[in-house]
Write a protein that binds this ligand. Structure first.
Ligand code: GLV
Length: 317
């Protein structure tokens, strides 16, 4: 019987399925495994079902037992895994695309609304029980008629565009290549980030973390935005240079920031915590029962497909 290490606790229905399929080494206490624990625990395993908190870097992969043939990441993103080293070691890496698109787009909308309508400040006032309604209390920015820039018009970017349109926003985007008009659905393409940022009253970051997108929001590129723009990130923390962003918030160059993801999460740059205009969530993009169940099911399907056929539809390396 195949043996699979599951690095984090999953929802019960997924764990039951895993236990029926294979000798599943579940993590019932939901401990976060160190790299050494991960290597030790997967010694006699054929596969690993990993999560975004497992940093499976070059050194870890090189120390994995030769029995491990697949790392099935329970996420659409796979920046936590050195996929090139895995390839060299003949380990396939898979992800869970599609199933989390809508849940993540909902969180992207929450970030946009929370940042634009000053939700963090509002919540604080109510909790402190010392607020009074007045005509100019917590005036925010209205989404209607504003321009939404989408950085990365993949599945999630397009799902954000669909929702934002119903708020009356005008959609602009930058992507490695222009989409065909069906997928574009009326959005305006910009072939470089300067052009996109300069028309973004609000920016939603929805691109993958790669060496090209790392720190794409930095001291220089922040200058491209209209004065008082809003930036939101529901993709990965890597895209934002935190020092530059904190400075732009202090200078009021940027009106508000909405974040669901962070550099080195669960840590957060301390500069954000002092800023009232930062709306923050703890990486909740895919956190609904429907989506998390579907993601784990797909991560399991990926392993099943590989064990049965030696191939897998969702290979990323
Ligand atoms: C979540 O962040 C994912 O990549 O699935």
């Amino acid at each position: 019987m195949k043996k699979v290490l599951i690095t984090r606790k999953l929802l019960r229905s997924n764990e039951e399925r895993l236990s029926k399929l294979w000798d599943a080494k579940l993590n019932l206490n939901d401990e976060i495994y160190s790299q050494n624990q991960l290597i030790e625990l997967s010694k006699d395993c054929d596969g690993i079902l990993s999560s975004i908190v497992d940093k499976i870097d070059e050194e870890t992969i090189n120390k994995l037992s030769d029995s491990v043939k697949i790392i099935s990441n329970f996420a659409v993103g796979f920046g936590n895994i050195d996929i090139k080293t895995a390839r060299k070691k003949n380990i396939i890496v898979t992800n869970t695309p599609d199933v989390l698109t809508n849940a993540t787009a909902e969180i992207a909308m929450l970030l946009i609304l929370g940042a634009a309508r000053r939700a963090s400040e509002g919540i604080k006032w109510v909790r402190n029980k010392n607020w009074k309604w007045s005509a100019d209390f917590l005036i925010g920015k209205q989404l209607e008629d504003s321009r939404l820039g989408i950085l990365g018009m993949g599945r999630i970017g397009r799902a954000v565009a669909l929702r934002a349109k119903s708020f009356g926003m005008k959609i602009h985007y930058h992507n490695r290549s222009k989409l065909n008009s069906d997928l574009e659905a009326g959005a305006t393409y910009h072939n470089n980030i300067q052009s996109l940022f300069s028309v973004s009253d609000i920016l939603s970051i929805n691109c993958p973390a790669t060496s090209e997108t790392k720190n794409i929001i930095n001291k220089e590129t922040l200058e491209f935005f209209p004065q008082g723009a809003i930036i939101t990130n529901s993709a990965r923390g890597d895209m934002i240079n935190d020092e530059a962003m904190v400075q732009a918030l202090i200078n009021k160059r940027i009106y508000a920031l909405g974040l669901d993801v962070y550099n080195g999460e669960p840590d957060i740059h301390s500069g954000y915590l002092n800023q009232p205009n930062v709306f923050i969530l703890p990486h909740l993009g895919s956190a609904t029962k429907k989506t998390r169940t579907a993601m784990a099911d797909l991560a399991i399907d990926n392993i099943e497909e590989y064990f049965k056929t030696g191939k897998c539809t969702n290979i990323v390396n």
